[in-house]
Design a protein around this ligand. Structure first.
Ligand code: NDP
Ligand code: MG
Length: 393
């Protein structure tokens, strides 16, 4: 019986993973070691009971009593706090899904790699903030990372046994998010509710807003660079409103292998869960005849400055990824809280990068978790200061 742990079980990715586990035999077929969540205690307890998890962990100590109450009589252990989530990641599950949102996903994901486990990685912030450290740890311990972000799963699948050195480029697609066709001058008026709707994918609120600003794609360009080790000049982004082609690999001989499918994360999660096997998954069949046409266009970097910032971060290396992500997370909090306007998010991130670029140690890739988290904190502080000075609607 394979053992699994889901970090971030109560989120959008976590719910899809839960659905796949339940459909493939649930507690009879899987030994579930740990499920972790945040504030949604009722759902976490419900999932833990359904899958007979050994332990359920909330990120927030103030919710521990509620979690205990919700699990009373089940025999399922409970714990709380970031350190308890890292301990849950340390349990020897055969397969661990990292589906926590934000830089909070890095410490437990890294622990899975340190113990040489298999990490199905949805948390893109891990590779963005600490790509060298994450990939270096996996190499050192022999841990395996299976990409779950749909574009990276698509590249992984399209690449097959081919070597990344033999491809001339990889292209990842972007739907363009909520504001793809908005006039530029309207973006300053965009509300949080408007930014939180996605034309094709049902996802958590933060990644949905990041899709509208293209920070999501910016993170994915960096993720592609770190995971596949491919030069930034060979990573391309295409706006593809239908979200059917997730990525394609262009080989040096002129051939292109694309990965297509309905926009449903259960494909990428299920692929990683059963890899290297393929099994039936509950993903709607792709019906190209009814879709009719697939369209593509080059992204407009004036509309989406995040894409330019991603290139800048890759060129800078060192701590730039941790800084970009920390500033972006802070700017997103500030936008959601109504402190800054939609286009200000990219301005806050750019100002933070400019501010920290000359600091001692910036050009060195962080070699431990504490250094990554230190850059993350500095970036959040500077971005918050920017918002305090420039915000106010
Ligand atoms: P959600 O916001 O829906 O879920 C996040 C999960 O993390 C929830 O279980 C949440 O708990 C938990 N959580 C929140 N804050 C913390 C914290 N500080 N410490 C520990 N756990 C926490 O996010 P998504 O599922 O949309 O995304 C998860 C990750 O996967 C992100 O990195 C995202 O970029 C990536 N991803 C998501 C895709 C998608 O389709 N959604 C596609 C590709 C990548 P609770 O809800 O109980 O508070
Ligand atoms: Mg993606």
């Amino acid at each position: 019986m394979r053992s699994v742990t889901v970090l971030g079980a109560t989120g959008s990715i976590g719910e899809s993973a839960f659905d796949l586990l339940m459909r493939s035999g649930g507690a009879e077929a899987w030994r579930v070691m740990a499920l972790t969540g945040g504030a949604n205690i009722a759902r976490l307890a419900e999932m833990a009971r359904a899958l007979r998890s050994e332990i359920a962990v909330t990120a927030y100590p103030e919710h521990l009593d509620d979690l205990r109450d919700a699990l009373a009589g089940s025999g399922i252990a409970s714990a709380a706090g970031p350190a308890a989530i890292v301990e849950a990641a340390d349990m020897p599950a055969d397969w661990t899904l990292s589906a926590i949102v934000g830089a909070a996903g890095l410490p437990p994901g890294l622990r899975v790699l340190e113990r040489g486990g298999t990490l199905a990685l949805a948390n893109k912030e891990s590779l963005v903030t600490a790509g060298r450290l994450v990939m270096g740890t996996a190499e050192r311990t022999g841990a395996r990372i299976l990409p779950v972000d749909s574009e990276h799963s698509a590249i992984f699948q399209a690449l097959g046994a081919d070597n990344i050195e033999d491809v001339s480029s990889v292209s990842i697609t972007a739907s363009g998010g909520a504001f793809r066709d908005w006039p530029m001058e309207r973006l300053a008026q965009a509300t949080v509710a408007e930014a939180s709707t996605h034309p094709n994918w049902a996802m958590g609120q933060r990644i949905t807003i990041d899709s509208a600003s293209m920070f999501n794609k910016a993170l994915e360009v960096i993720e592609t660079r770190e995971f596949f080790g491919i030069d930034p000049e060979r990573i391309k982004v295409l706006v593809h409103p239908e979200s059917i082609v997730h990525a394609f690999v262009t080989h040096r001989d002129g051939g292109n292998i694309a990965h297509l499918g309905s926009p449903d994360m259960r494909h990428a999660i299920g692929y990683a869960l059963h890899w290297p096997k393929r099994i039936d998954l509950p993903v709607a069949p792709m019906d190209l005849a009814s879709i009719g046409s697939l369209t593509f266009r080059a992204p407009d970097e004036e509309r989406w400055p995040a894409l330019r910032l991603a290139r800048q971060v890759i060129a800078a290396g060192g701590a730039a990824g941790a800084v970009l992500n920390g500033a972006k997370e802070q700017a997103l909090d500030d936008f959601i809280a109504g402190r800054i306007r939609f286009p200000d998010m990219a301005r806050a991130v750019e100002a933070t990068l400019d501010d920290l670029t000359g600091r001692a140690g910036f050009t060195t890739s962080p070699s431990d978790l504490a250094t990554v988290l230190d850059w993350d904190q500095q970036a959040r502080q500077i971005a918050a200061g920017w918002a305090a000075r420039h915000g106010g609607r």
